[in-house]
Design a protein around this ligand. Structure first.
Ligand code: SF4
Length: 217
């Protein structure tokens, strides 16, 4: 019987998104080593999955021109220039907040840099996705973001949002189906802009590496 990762893989391929299955993260890293070219420009969005999987170590220490967001001083103009530059990278790396069984990829950003690069700009996009990110549909994807991804990322980044304190979005105290703009008005709000990647035009641009492990949140 087809397992859920195989089902998602088939749905992604149907949406012109290249999906590959890996039993573990070393196998996924070996694949990436085989397709990245020495000297190419690579960069990434902030991601626990990239760190846990070893992909961050590969792209930041390998024989590549790595655009390093951790070197930013926090100055506004410098940050804007850096993220505009990432759009011309050869390869962009990130994870997803959720991938549905229909092959839709859902991400939410506080600033929009990751969702912009995944939709447009870099020649190739590689998304590393653990089995814990798979959800049934878009409704579950949005709930996952409010129950898991946003609170845990807010804690990781030491952001004083309500979800960091109570472990879930405050919107869930009022409704079990909150809208994407429901929630707090904190200036540190982590969930502002949502992107759903659907059927792609270029079937070679986005590759999703589905890994049979729990990775990130
Ligand atoms: S709206 Fe506010 S409380 Fe809700 S998940 Fe986003 S940052 Fe957290």
């Amino acid at each position: 019987m087809e397992n859920v990762l195989e089902k998602v893989s088939r749905a992604l391929n149907k949406n012109n998104i290249n999906a590959l299955l890996f039993q573990n993260t070393p196998a996924a890293v070996d694949y990436l080593k085989s397709v990245l070219k020495a000297g190419e420009t690579v960069t990434c969005g902030g991601s626990v999955t990239l760190a846990e999987s070893g992909v961050y170590s590969l792209i930041s220490n390998g024989d590549y021109n790595f655009l390093d967001r951790t070197k930013l001083s926090g100055e506004k103009m410098e940050t804007a220039a850096f993220y505009k530059n990432t759009l011309s990278a050869d390869s962009y790396f990130c994870s997803a907040n959720a991938v549905t069984e229909n092959g839709e990829i859902v991400n939410v950003d506080g600033m929009g840099n990751r969702i912009t690069a995944s939709a447009f700009g870099p020649e190739r996009v590689f998304m590393i996705v653990g089995k814990n990110k798979i959800v049934k549909d878009l409704e579950e994807a949005f709930l996952r973001i409010k129950r898991v991804a946003s609170p845990r990322n807010a804690v990781r980044l030491s952001l004083p949002t309500p979800c960091a304190k109570i472990g879930k979005c405050v919107s869930l105290l009022k409704s079990d189906k909150p809208g994407i703009t429901d929630g707090c008005d904190s200036p540190y709000r982590i969930c502002r802009d949502y992107l759903i990647l659907g059927k792609q035009n270029d079937s070679k641009r986005i590759t999703v590496l589905l890994v049979n492990e729990e990775l990130g949140y």
